[in-house]
Write a protein that binds this ligand. Structure first.
Ligand code: PGA
Length: 240
């Protein structure tokens, strides 16, 4: 894995946005694999700035997001569909019909996952996948476990993820306990992967990912199987 250590969050976000913009310039009809969470917000702000400056064009771009809570409506301001609209899609010239997020309203979530997996292989694979990393080493909602899922699937959230995400909800009881998420195989199908981490709370997970072992207790370590992964982090996240 290649690592880029930046001084500040802003520098990290600019670095990630430059790599994404480069993919978009080389291939205007590219597929962007996108992530939610607080980490990529600065990257999306920088992509919006580049778009306004006329540097990048989203008109032919397709996007596939990693995951979505279940059940949740797209109008819920904590849904990942809502997050993507507010933090990126509403501010650039992307065709919203070509922006995909797993369906948090599906009557049959297993069917929705199978349909999403088929969709990602049909429109994709992603030319670049953006990832954050959980404090517990999760990527998407692939939580530490004795075995990890290959394809898009329904998953229960661990207590640590529910607690980490409670900051966005009125109370911890309001955090959905399930999610639909790309599997490790879906994520690894991307042609290029960037994984972003900032802050000391991520240092242990980043260190474990970089040990070079495939350890299901740190799902991000599975990225060691991919030939084109760049870790972009600040000094605090690289601290260990
Ligand atoms: P965060 O989440 O960006 O809000 O820290 C990252 C993740 O849990 O994948």
């Amino acid at each position: 894995m290649k690592t880029i250590v930046c001084k500040t969050y802003e520098e990290m976000s600019a670095c990630a946005a430059d790599i994404i913009a480069d993919v978009m310039k080389k291939k205007p009809a590219c597929v962007l694999g996108l992530a939610t969470g607080s980490t990529p917000v600065g990257t999306y702000k920088e992509l919006i700035r580049k778009h306004r400056a006329g540097e990048i064009d989203f008109s032919a771009v397709t996007t596939v997001n990693l995951d979505e809570y279940y059940p949740i409506s797209p109008e819920n301001d904590q849904s990942y569909r809502y997050f993507m609209n507010v933090n990126l899609f509403d501010h650039v010239n992307v065709d919203k019909a070509k922006t995909y997020v797993p369906d948090g309203t599906a009557a049959d979530p297993d069917e929705a996952c199978a349909a999403y997996e088929a969709l990602v292989s049909k429109v994709g694979p992603a030319d670049i996948q953006v990832l954050g990393i959980g404090q517990n080493g999760h990527i998407g909602f692939n939580e530490p476990d004795s075995a990890l899922e290959v394809a898009t699937h329904v998953t229960g959230l661990t207590d640590s993820t529910i607690r980490a995400n409670a900051r966005f909800f009125a109370s911890v009881e309001d955090v959905p306990t399930k999610a639909l998420t790309m599997g490790i195989g879906t994520i690894l199908s991307a042609k290029k992967i960037i994984i972003l981490a900032n802050g000391a709370a991520k240092a242990a997970a980043v260190a474990k990912m970089l040990e070079g072992k495939l350890d299901t207790s740190c799902p991000a370590s599975m990225l060691n199987l991919h030939a084109d992964v760049t870790v972009i982090c600040d000094e605090a996240a690289m601290g260990q």
